[in-house]
Design a protein around this ligand. Structure first.
Ligand SMILES: O=C[C@H](O)[C@H](O)COP(=O)(O)O
Ligand SMILES: C=C(OP(=O)(O)O)C(=O)O
Length: 358
């Protein structure tokens, strides 16, 4: 009796993609870009080590779908960053990979033309080119590391990475993060649970061994050294925020009990603003007040912001897309962003002398 086909029954096709090495040769790191990334990572590490008393703020669109609008935003952010640089280190949020609750557009790398054509190789090219342009401008970039093979293509241009609420508990993502070259923030779970993020801290600092790809795209046993610059990100969940001073104090004691450093970032968006982007400035103000009142565990903030406020559905006719408006979660617009950042800097500035640790 002949065998029935048993594997690949649900695989439609497989297409070989450009290798990480070939993409990097095509779009190489310039000296300016390398300097931006080196300095960006170092400034965040210094903030996490409390050698630098400032806050770092990961700020920008929920997702990148239009590189032109992203660069216009980056240029504005660069000017704003220089104005508040004594109190805040602004890092551009450059998210190319979107984790979906069920289904939906999965981001620029997965479907760069937003028409279900899934031209992933084009997506990788566009993403790397945009990151190069941002780094050449002198702005540090942050992204969500979602697909475990993507870092090989773009991580040399990333200063800070997030592991999202839907993947913080995933062993694959903890292993990948243990090998990332820059600091990494783990969100609490979508149900609000902090345990998964605290457990991630305990995992990611250790070496791991797992299947990865090498620069030539070959499957490779990957052995990591462990990442000593991981921290938690409070993003709320289960219908409740967790940026208030009581939640922050509870997070501090959970981290202390686990024996890991009490570095906390607050995501002003997602469940911390009940997905109402207009509430983000209130969260920022609240964090500024907590810092004024003596909090030293909060080291960073995340804000979803774009050229224009709100969001839009991806239209069937892409000519109808409104320029500078998010196609995923709603964002605050530029004027609100500028004001909220200046207000935050004013509060943090007064606290700088007492935030440095010896
Ligand atoms: O930040 C973006 C979204 O909150 C995340 O990707 C989940 O989106 P969804 O619930 O619309 O799928
Ligand atoms: C998906 C995101 O957040 P979270 O994982 O907290 O839902 C995000 O920041 O884009």
């Amino acid at each position: 009796m002949s065998h029935q086909q048993l594997d690949d029954l649900n695989i439609e096709s497989q297409d070989v993609l450009i290798t990480p090495r070939a993409l990097k040769e095509k779009l190489p790191l310039s000296d300016q870009a390398a300097d931006t990334v080196y300095r960006g990572r170092q400034q965040i590490r210094d903030i996490l080590d409390r050698k630098d008393p400032r806050l770092f703020v990961v700020i920008g669109p929920c997702s990148i779908h239009d590189p032109k609008a992203a660069m216009e935003y980056a240029e504005r952010l660069k000017t704003l960053a220089a104005k508040v640089d004594d109190a805040l280190f602004l890092v551009l949020r450059v998210y190319f990979e979107k984790p979906r609750t069920t289904v939906g557009w999965k981001g620029l790398i997965n479907d760069p033309y937003m028409n279900d054509s899934f031209k992933v190789e084009d997506g990788l090219n566009i993403a790397r080119k945009l990151l190069l342009d941002v780094a050449d401008l002198g702005l540090a970039a942050a992204t969500e590391a979602l697909d475990p093979t993507t870092p090989q293509y773009i991580q040399d241009l990333i200063s800070w990475s997030a592991i999202g609420a839907r993947t913080t508990e995933s062993q694959t993502h903890r292993e990948m993060s243990s090998g990332l070259s820059g600091p990494v923030g783990f969100k609490n779970g979508t149900d609000g649970s902090l345990d998964v993020a605290v457990n991630a801290m305990l995992s990611v600092r250790h070496p791991h061994r797992f299947l990865g790809i090498d620069p030539d795209g070959r499957v490779a046993l990957t052995t990591t050294k462990g990442n000593q610059y991981a921290h938690v990100v409070l993003r709320g969940g289960g219908g409740k925020p967790n940026y208030d001073s009581v939640s922050v104090a509870l997070a501090e004691s959970a981290l202390e009990k686990a024996g890991v450093s009490t570095n906390i970032m607050v995501d002003c968006s997602h469940a911390n603003s009940n997905k109402d982007p207009g509430l983000q400035p209130l969260v920022m103000e609240n964090i500024g007040n907590q810092i004024l009142e003596g909090n030293t565990s909060i080291v960073g903030l995340m804000v979803e912001s774009h050229l224009k406020e709100g969001n839009q559905k991806i239209p069937a006719n892409l000519d109808e897309l409104e320029y500078g408006v998010s196609v995923t979660d709603g964002c605050i617009g530029w004027d609100t962003t500028e004001q909220a950042i200046v207000n935050l800097a004013d509060k943090v500035r007064d606290t700088l002398p007492r935030r440095v640790r010896d």
